[in-house]
Design a protein. Structure first.
Length: 81
């Protein structure tokens, strides 16, 4: 389950500290209120938790970076010469 980071839209809260992280399933609806104090919150897109969001990578980007998509060196079974 991914960990999401939230902060209060306004003010602060003694319960959650105004900023908190929450482990939620991908299928869960977007969190709009602090589950503790019920104040409105917004999602924080931090590079700490989701570095891939700061620099979106496509398959072509991966190839340009030197990744071999079809040959998996870890298993060795695809590396045949
Ligand atoms: Zn709170």
């Amino acid at each position: 389950m991914p960990i999401y980071e939230y902060e209060l839209c306004d003010g602060t809260c003694a319960i959650c500290g105004g900023k908190f992280t929450l482990r939620r399933p991908l299928s869960a609806p977007a969190l709009t209120k602090c589950p503790l104090c019920k104040k409105p919150v917004r999602r924080v897109f931090s590079s700490f938790n989701t570095p891939q969001l700061t620099k979106p990578l496509s398959l072509s980007d991966a190839k340009k970076a030197g990744f071999t998509v079809l040959k998996r060196l870890g298993k060795g079974e695809y590396e045949r010469q």
